[in-house]
Design a protein around this ligand. Structure first.
Ligand code: NAP
Length: 290
């Protein structure tokens, strides 16, 4: 059974994933930036599940090494990292403050990749590991009102695809999960039903009609949002897969968008990219060609 670290377990996918991995028999380190929010996960946990709630803010890299050291000291290894923690800021690019834009990229891209860098030495020593990134359909397609989030998730997608070929030689696997719309807490901070706009949105924005439309459309779609337990089950399946597949659509919507945006499947894309890069020898643990 595996030792799993998941970020952002106070709600949504992270909470469900902690339960799903533990129910599959794994040891789960369910991390959250504010452990005062652990009540929901605690309430859903049963005594037979091996879930440890630990504190981790993905924007505080000083927390990473001590946490990883304590996991390895207790559990002897770290098999799976699920980079799940994330945030969104809906709004027109021009309306977002620079600090808001950076917040999204820090949380969704720099944080997960700093944590990934911190777990890689342990996975290299073990000669195995699985790092799963919760991406988004916004990681493969750009739509208005979503520029910051899209930028962060495109960065996650590109960096994951590139990193995969750096670390496969140590049997470290990476995967990306794309998901449609799910009933989680991600949109809750923006909720302000008394206006037609997200909370705090500038009412004199030249983009007001667009943002009102997108906000209303989001509220209308919410009742049909998928259950986050679907993604949680998929994560368990990915962690037990052989690593040949990179992108994992979680639902019918994600499958449709992925099939439309990518003409090639993962295997064909991989083969093409390896050919372009000429680094097959590295992936196979060989010496460079002379
Ligand atoms: N819901 C969807 O439709 C959807 C679709 C595609 C992809 N996603 C992605 O799914 C992932 C999980 O989101 P969710 O939908 O489950 O939303 P959620 O319920 O809001 O969960 C997000 C989690 O991330 C945590 N978090 C935020 N900033 C953090 C930080 N600096 N350090 C550590 N944890 C932090 C939150 O903690 P707090 O409780 O403390 O805020 C929360 O636990 C995100 O990466 C999101 O982009 C969501």
């Amino acid at each position: 059974m595996s030792v799993v670290l998941i970020t952002g377990c106070s709600s949504g996918f992270g909470l469900q994933a902690a339960l799903a991995f533990a129910r599959a028999g794994d040891t789960v380190y369910a991390s959250m930036r504010n452990v005062d929010k652990a009540e929901r996960l605690r309430a859903a946990t049963t005594p037979d599940l091996d879930i440890r709630i630990v504190e981790l803010d993905v924007r505080k890299p000083a927390m990473f090494a001590p946490l990883i050291a304590s996991i390895v000291s207790r559990s002897r290894r770290l098999d799976v990292l699920v980079n799940n923690a994330g945030m969104i800021r809906l709004g027109a690019f021009e309306d977002l403050e620079e600090a808001e834009f950076r917040d999204v990229i820090e949380t969704n891209f720099f944080g997960p990749f700093a944590l990934t860098r911190a777990v890689l030495p342990q996975m290299r020593v073990q000669q195995s590991g699985y790092i799963i990134m919760i991406s988004s359909l916004s990681g493969i397609a750009g739509l208005p009102s979503d520029v910051a989030y899209t930028a962060s998730k495109f960065a996650v997608e590109g960096a994951t695809e590139a990193l995969r070929h750096e670390v496969d030689r140590w049997n470290i696997k990476l995967a990306l999960v794309q998901a449609g719309l799910y009933a989680t807490g991600i949109f809750a901070p923006s909720k302000a039903p008394e206006t037609g706009l997200p909370r705090g949105y500038p009412v004199d924005s030249p983009y007001r009609a667009l943002i009102e439309y997108k906000w209303r459309e989001l509220q209308d779609r919410m009742p049909q949002a998928f259950d986050p337990a679907i993604v949680a089950e998929l994560l368990v399946k990915i962690a037990r897969s052989d690593g040949t597949r990179l992108r994992w659509p979680a639902d019918e919507v994600a499958r449709r968008v992925l099939a439309t945006m990518f003409a090639q499947d993962d295997a064909a894309r991989d083969e093409f990219l390896r050919g372009v890069s000429g680094t097959d020898w590295w992936s196979h643990g060989a010496a460079p060609p002379t």
